[in-house]
Design a protein around this ligand. Structure first.
Ligand SMILES: [Zn+2]
Ligand SMILES: [Zn+2]
Length: 248
């Protein structure tokens, strides 16, 4: 599936940093050949055997935010503050071995790991029957993406789009503020940290479009909420979210 919406002009510095990033990882692959992130078998980033053994999230979840929840259909948090994201779903809980796989996706062999994980996401997607006209990866701040050489959410969304036949749009959303890493912040800090962090591509009109946000990990959902607000402002009919993993 082709990516839709043209990429913006990338600065020369970003191209240079990106090229250095590729060279660096190519060098790393020579020195440290890929090994399965789970069993360390050499040759692939996630071997077939381990991929088949990672158990998807199968507990009862809140029908809105997807958090493991044994009460009614909607959790207390969603009842008090209904999220802008209609439904959030994740394939796995964010714990080992998937935590290691996501680390590898971000810092070691992005593309190869994404192919394996994207396939798993596609298989799981079919069980959620999420309606989507467009997949939109949660963007990284441009500097961070240039240093890494890719956005792991885009890699996952591209794989998913390929398997499901849904268009993927890596340039619908932009991160305009370099936010702090969410991992060490409180729930409230996470929310304020991402306020005004995202904008839509200029002139974009998503009237009638059902968008599904794609990311690697959902923690409190603050990032997805911020993205959903921006997409709804330009007419999106509905915004759902699908992530590889979510915090327990
Ligand atoms: Zn393995
Ligand atoms: Zn909920």
């Amino acid at each position: 599936m082709e990516d839709v919406v043209a990429a913006p002009q990338t600065s020369r510095t970003h191209i240079l940093v990106r090229a250095l990033g590729y060279a660096y990882r190519w060098g790393l692959d020579l020195l440290f050949p890929p090994s399965c992130v789970v069993c360390e078998r050499v040759g692939v980033w996630l071997c077939d055997e381990c991929a088949s053994q990672i158990q998807p999230l199968q507990t009862r979840v809140c029908t809105r935010c997807g958090r493991p929840w044994n009460g009614g259909s909607i959790c207390r948090e969603c009842e008090t503050n209904p999220p802008l994201v209609q439904r959030s779903r994740a394939v796995f809980l964010y714990k080992e071995p998937i935590r290691g796989a996501i680390h590898a996706l971000k810092y070691r062999g992005g593309r190869q790991v994404a192919a394996a994980l994207g396939q798993t996401m596609a298989a799981s997607w079919l069980g959620y029957a999420m309606e989507a006209d467009l997949l939109a990866p949660v963007p990284l701040y441009p500097g961070r993406e240039a240093r890494r050489g890719y956005n792991q959410a885009t890699l996952l969304a591209r794989e998913l789009g390929k398997h499901l036949g849904i268009p993927m749009a890596p340039h619908v959303l932009y991160r305009v503020r370099n936010t702090l890493s969410q991992t060490k912040l409180s729930r409230e800090q996470r929310r304020t940290n991402v306020v005004n962090a995202f904008v839509c591509a200029e002139g974009l009109d998503l009237t009638g479009c059902r968008v599904v946000l794609i990311d690697d990990v959902m923690t409190t959902g603050a990032t997805l909420q911020a993205c959903a607000g921006v997409l709804l402002n330009v007419g999106a009919e509905a915004v759902n979210a699908f992530t590889l993993a979510r915090a327990p």
